[in-house]
Design a protein around this ligand. Structure first.
Ligand code: GTP
Ligand code: MG
Length: 531
């Protein structure tokens, strides 16, 4: 396990997991190509580490004629590869194995069928040396083979010659993108026998300067000659050191993870502190759009309306039935058996209310995205609007359910209603009694005995008293109903505010917070992957 751990910081395992997590979180937010690259790195790493880690795969890469095959032969001590005059010579990669036991699966994975066992000078046990075709080839297949293997090998030995070491193709296409791979890279200036000592010095210095510009300041640069053998002991020594450490594979994967993470983070990963978006304004705008003030007003009015219909003077009570019920007019209230009836018919929001709601939603997204880099900011802004289509329905359901309780009838209405009927009955009794007396007097018939209450005859008491009591009870009930309606409206307003707030939280603030969390997790994962 020591091999996998760097001096400090997370293990390669943890960094790979973090990279995969960052890729998952970036899905749909960052360019698909970057996400796919990160996944590939992680996949490749999993494959490489499951194969022999006792072997180190080093590849000789470079332009045609730089002397890759010549160096390959020189290191192997045998003429394994064809060294040609016609260019390009090498068309498929071949491998030389120093103690290749157990490297079969690794070579199958590399897809290099052409292999030679190097009989043991024994100085590089575990080395798998690849001679690659030319990276700048006129043959597409050569270039594809190089690109494929450059991604897979543990150690890259770039072979350049005095003519072409500054080629843009090499520096721009390969070296610069591999600027994090300096630990698993060596540059050999071959054919140094063609230069005088001072020329060689100047050439090496220029090469080092170019590598520095590529971001590869720490890379070992060796002068060598496959023809004379100059510099070969140094190259061999360097390879020996890498092979004996058995670490190049892990360093390669580590550099791959760093590169993929850096590419993901180029698209923005500044760690920003993000507050919870303020929902008060949003709730206000949503409430207006949902017609909450209208409904609250209707609750108060409907309460009075229904109270009057239930407790008013029976003579005038029936007239109420012809006046529309303010809540029912909005389609609010329970059906016959108390269930909530479908959609309400609260009027659709006006253009102004709609615009205000949209602005409030956009503002939530903008405020949350303010400190975020693109394209994450765009994702957050989009999250705020992601449930726009569900808002109207959800708000309507809130109005329908939260105001349904407003239809409940207080018990005192029935009691007063009954009392009103009794008082009314007394009034009618008084009226009938007086009418009978009137008829008897008219017909000159003897008056029946007339009971009195303190000199006032009973029928008169019943008629006048009943009428006065009825009107008085109606009046007092109306005052009570008005107060009750206000109380109920306040209660419904509070419930609606909470309901609308919940909808805003679920459909606007929630998705925004989720996206912010996603971004936070992304930056955390990238932080681990890069460290
Ligand atoms: N003077 C000199 N010539 C060399 C040296 N190394 C290779 N050559 C010659 O350069 C030519 C190309 O060598 P190769 O080894 O075939 O080059 P390569 O990089 O394998 O070329 P491709 O297979 O086409 O990519 C041959 O004629 C070699 O003899 C060297 O160190 N000094
Ligand atoms: Mg060759």
């Amino acid at each position: 396990m020591k091999l996998l751990r760097r001096k400090e910081g997370p293990s390669l395992d943890d960094r790979l997991t973090a990279l995969l997590e960052a890729a998952r979180l970036a899905e749909g937010r960052l360019p698909q190509e970057l996400v796919a690259q990160a996944r590939e790195v992680s996949e490749r790493a999993g494959e490489r580490r499951s194969l022999s880690v006792d072997h180190t795969v080093a590849a000789l890469a470079g332009a045609t004629g730089s002397g890759k095959s010549s160096l390959f032969n020189a290191l192997a001590g045998r003429d394994l590869a064809a060294v040609g005059v016609t260019r390009p010579t090498t068309s498929t990669a071949q491998a030389a194995l120093w103690d290749g036991e157990g490297a079969g699966a690794l070579l199958t994975w590399l897809d290099v069928p052409h292999r030679h066992e190097v009989e043991a000078e024994g100085d590089l046990p575990g080395l798998v040396l690849l001679d690659l075709p030319d990276h700048d080839s006129i043959e597409l297949t050569h270039r594809l083979e190089v690109d494929r293997l450059v991604e897979l090998v543990d150690l890259l030995v770039w072979v350049v010659d005095p003519q072409k070491y500054a080629d843009a193709a090499l520096h721009e296409r390969y070296l610069r993108p591999l600027s994090r791979h300096s630990e698993v890279m060596v540059v050999v200036l071959n054919q140094i026998d063609r230069l005088s000592a001072t020329q060689a010095e100047r050439c090496l210095a220029d090469l080092r300067r170019l590598l520095e510009e590529d971001g590869l300041a720490g890379v070992p640069v060796l002068g060598a000659s496959a023809r004379t053998g100059k510099g070969l002991p140094e190259l061999r020594g360097l390879l020996e050191e890498r092979v004996s450490r058995h670490r190049s594979w892990a360093e390669r994967l580590s550099a791959d993870v760093s590169t993929a993470a850096a590419r993901l983070s180029a698209a923005g990963d500044e760690a920003v502190s993000v507050g919870t978006p303020d929902g008060a304004r949003l709730t206000r705008a949503l409430s207006e759009a949902a017609g909450v003030p209208l409904v609250v007003d209707a609750v108060a009015k409907a309460h009075t309306h229904r109270a009057v219909a239930a407790t008013g003077w029976p003579m005038t009570r029936w007239m109420r039935k012809f006046r529309p019920d303010p809540l029912r007019r909005l389609g609010i209230g329970s059906g016959a058996r108390g269930e909530i009836v479908g959609r309400t018919s609260v009027p659709q929001p006006s253009a102004v209310q709609k615009a205000r709601m949209e602005t409030a939603i956009r503002d939530v997204g903008d405020a949350a995205a303010r400190d975020l880099p693109e394209p994450w900011a765009a994702a957050v802004r989009h999250a705020a609007r992601s449930h726009d289509d569900d808002l109207a329905g959800a708000l309507d359901r809130v109005v329908a359910t939260k105001s349904a309780g407003a239809a409940r009838r207080p018990r005192w209405w029935a009691v007063i209603g009954g009392l009103q009927w009794m008082v009314f009955a007394a009034t009618v009794l008084g009226a009938v009694w007086l009418s009978v007396l009137f008829v008897l007097t008219y017909l000159r018939l003897p008056d029946p005995p007339l009971p009195t209450v303190v000199e006032v005859p009973w029928p008169t008491v019943l008629l006048i008293g009943g009428a006065v009591a009825g009107v008085l009870i109606a009046l007092l009930s109306r005052i009570a109903a008005w107060a009750g309606g206000r109380r109920r409206a306040r209660k419904v307003a509070k419930a609606l505010r909470e309901g609308v707030g919940e909808v805003g939280g679920r459909l606007v603030l929630g998705p925004v917070s989720e996206e912010l969390d996603r971004y936070r997790s992304f930056t955390e994962a990238l932080g681990v992957a890069r460290s």
